[in-house]
Design a protein around this ligand. Structure first.
Ligand code: NAD
Length: 284
């Protein structure tokens, strides 16, 4: 299948980055959101990021306008689904919301279209099961910030066809990314390895083993991590970390994934990291 048109559903943090790299790679892009405000904000973010690339002489001014010219903003999901070859869903991490979106796009997308989700933790097999084409449903897990991060974790559900996996791997390479195939298990590979490390770092704070600064310093200087686990947890969002740990805990029924009580307490207190200005560190 030749991919020409990509529709990205959800114009938040991840959606605008996915639309950016897709348009820059030459694809026609429809960026869809329920909120006009989110669409305007996303377009402004893409424009700003492309402007930064022009300033660094990575692209020319005309490449910037051509890229922007390939992006159309949409609030009509059915319209955006009907002319897409690949649909990448990037709405909030909520199963019921994603289920509704997948049912709608399944109904309106052409028969050949591939339905991908950027979910960080929801089962691709479960999402595929709400559609009439589980063989064409796949996880395309990008990382934040999308224009910078090279990895796309390609998640095959129980029924995803190998042809669909191959098409999405090839598409990821065209977007300038490195696809890594994994199978559908809670947390995939990225969060299954990352979240227990972050959780353990939080236990170290909780038990007084070290301060956040010292724990992060150990991991940066001793393990060559560019960012310590607690700084990273603040960046991801402590609520998101807690949600993913709960997915791992519920999915495997294994106490090794139990979220640290300090993490739960911080989320209850609204200390979510960068987005609220307070987490393990303070942000101004
Ligand atoms: P976000 O909150 O920034 O954006 C979500 C967007 O979806 C919002 O603009 C919202 O208006 C829109 N939306 C909600 N309902 C909609 C609907 N019915 N139709 C169209 N748009 C709708 O979220 P995000 O951080 O971009 O995360 C999106 C997805 O990507 C989630 O599944 C998340 O788990 C995953 N993810 C996030 C990150 C990250 O670091 N933020 C990394 C990898 C994967």
């Amino acid at each position: 299948m030749t991919v020409k048109h990509i529709s990205v559903i959800g114009a938040g943090t991840m959606g605008n980055g996915i639309a950016h790299v897709s348009a820059q790679a030459g694809f026609e892009v429809s960026l869809v959101d329920i909120s006009d405000e989110a669409l305007k904000k996303a377009y402004a973010a893409i424009e700003k990021n492309l402007g930064r690339m022009v300033a660094k002489e990575k692209i020319t001014e005309s490449q910037k306008s051509e890229t922007l010219g390939r992006i159309s903003l949409e609030t009509d999901l059915t319209k955006a689904a009907s002319n897409a070859d690949v649909i990448i869903e990037a709405v909030n991490e909520n199963f019921d919301l994603k289920k509704k979106i997948f049912q709608t796009i399944d109904e309106h997308a052409p028969e050949h279209a591939i339905l991908a989700s950027n979910t960080s933790s929801i089962s691709i097999t479960k999402l595929a099961a709400v559609t009439s084409r589980p063989q064409s449903v796949i996880g395309m897990h990008f990382f934040n910030p999308v224009p910078v991060m090279k990895l796309v974790e390609i998640v095959s559900g129980l029924e995803t066809s190998s042809k669909v996996t191959a098409t999405i791997e090839e598409l990821s390479r065209k977007l300038g990314k490195t696809p890594v195939p994994v199978n559908d298990f809670p947390g995939f590979v990225s969060n299954r390895v990352l979240m227990p490390m972050i959780n353990e770092a939080i236990f170290c704070v909780h038990e007084g083993v070290g301060t956040p600064e010292h724990i992060d310093e150990v991991m940066k200087l001793g393990m060559a991590h560019p960012m310590g686990p607690l700084r990273l947890a603040d960046f991801i969002g402590l609520d998101v970390c807690l949600d993913i740990l709960n997915v791992l805990y519920d999915g495997f029924k294994d106490p090794k994934y139990r979220p640290c009580p300090l993490l739960i307490k911080m989320v209850d207190a609204g200390k979510l990291g960068d987005k609220t200005g307070k987490g393990f560190y303070e942000y101004h």
